[in-house]
Ligand binder design. Structure first.
Ligand code: HEC
Length: 304
């Protein structure tokens, strides 16, 4: 027993040592380090990168700057920390591409563009480069009471959203360059009908063409939620509406047809038939037996 624990302890030590040894050899060549992100640090690229980060990286690395990564050994770095962001674009790109230990390789799972978008997102936490982002992006005045108003053109299936906020001087102003999501409730989850570039214009307005072929309920109604995609900036801002804008459809009730899951009269004919035959068969056997017993007793009275 004592021997076993010594062996185990040694093994643990050896593995720990091997891990720390391999943590040092994540070498990136100088040419790879010099690669620059070919995509600009625009709001759109950063928000695309954020989505990719949340689905591919967050599970291990946590939220950038929050240091809430998984407790792995070696630890996944906080990819929003200034310590990490000293590295060049090319260096980060290489590491994401090849992976190491528990860090998976993203060579095939993320295409080049997606990898660079994630790096753009991480760069947005870089205190030195952040200025570049802010000057490129639109700066909206500080506002409170942010609202989304909706105008609906049912005939042409057009939705016009107007995003405004209350300025300090009490005036309402349109908010520019904010991404909105138009979500239609479906049986399972929600469908975003806003398309790729759903950003408000200089007046805070955004026009969306509702899909012409989307089925609704019997009256063509759908539940629509319009919200600001990125909840970090203004919090959860959303507007819900029931609109008669979709194609009226009579949803088929799967219980109305003859099917395996049908109840009673809607069960498939062969199930009903075999059930009836089964019942007749069983009662038949019972009556046969009773009849034979009756015959036997008749024979006995006869012979005695
Ligand atoms: C399964 C968990 C896991 C996932 C998912 C993951 N990583 Fe990692 N990552 C790690 C671990 C563990 C390390 C540390 C590896 C080491 O040092 O040996 C690491 C290290 C890194 C490093 C190097 C950190 C440094 O300090 O130089 C970068 C860059 C990185 N990950 C980026 C990403 C990106 C970008 C994604 C998503 C596209 C991602 N990782 C997804 C676990 C993960």
């Amino acid at each position: 027993m004592k021997n076993l624990s010594t062996i185990l302890a040694t093994l643990v030590l050896v593995f720990a040592f091997m891990n720390s040894a391999s943590a040092e050899d994540w070498e990136v060549s100088t040419t790879a380090k010099k690669k620059l992100n070919p995509y600009e640090l625009s709001k759109k690229n950063i928000s695309t990168g954020k989505k990719l980060y949340q689905t591919n990286c967050k599970s291990c690395h946590g939220d950038p700057t929050k240091a809430n990564m998984l407790p792995l050994v070696p630890a996944p770095s906080d990819l929003g920390s200034q310590n990490f962001l000293i590295q060049s674009d090319g260096e980060i790109y290489h590491k994401v591409k090849v992976g190491k230990d528990a860090m998976p390789t993203f060579e095939k799972t993320l295409n080049d563009e997606s990898k660079w978008m994630v790096i753009a997102y991480l760069r947005s936490f870089d205190k030195n480069k952040k200025r570049a982002v802010v000057t490129k992006a639109v700066v909206n005045p500080e506002v409170t009471d942010v609202k989304i108003e909706l105008n609906v053109d049912t005939e042409h299936k057009k939705l016009k959203a107007h995003l405004t906020g209350l300025k300090k001087n009490g005036k309402r102003t349109g908010l520019e360059g904010v991404e909105l999501s138009f979500l239609v409730k479906r049986s399972f989850g929600q469908l975003d009908v806003s398309g790729e570039e759903a950003y408000t214009d200089a007046n805070g307005k955004l026009l969306i063409q509702f899909p012409t072929d989307l089925p609704g309920d019997r009256e063509g109604q759908v539940d629509l939620t319009i919200k600001i995609t990125d909840e970090d900036e203004y919090g959860v801002i959303e507007e819900k509406r029931v609109l008669s804008i979709a194609v009226p459809t009579n949803p088929k009730n799967p219980l109305d047809e003859r099917a395996m899951w049908g109840t009673r009269a809607n069960a498939p004919i062969w199930i009903i038939a075999s059930y009836i035959l089964g019942v007749i068969g069983i009662w038949g056997v019972i009556f046969m037996v009773l009849f034979q017993v009756f015959q036997l007793s008749k024979m006995r009275t006869k012979s005695s």
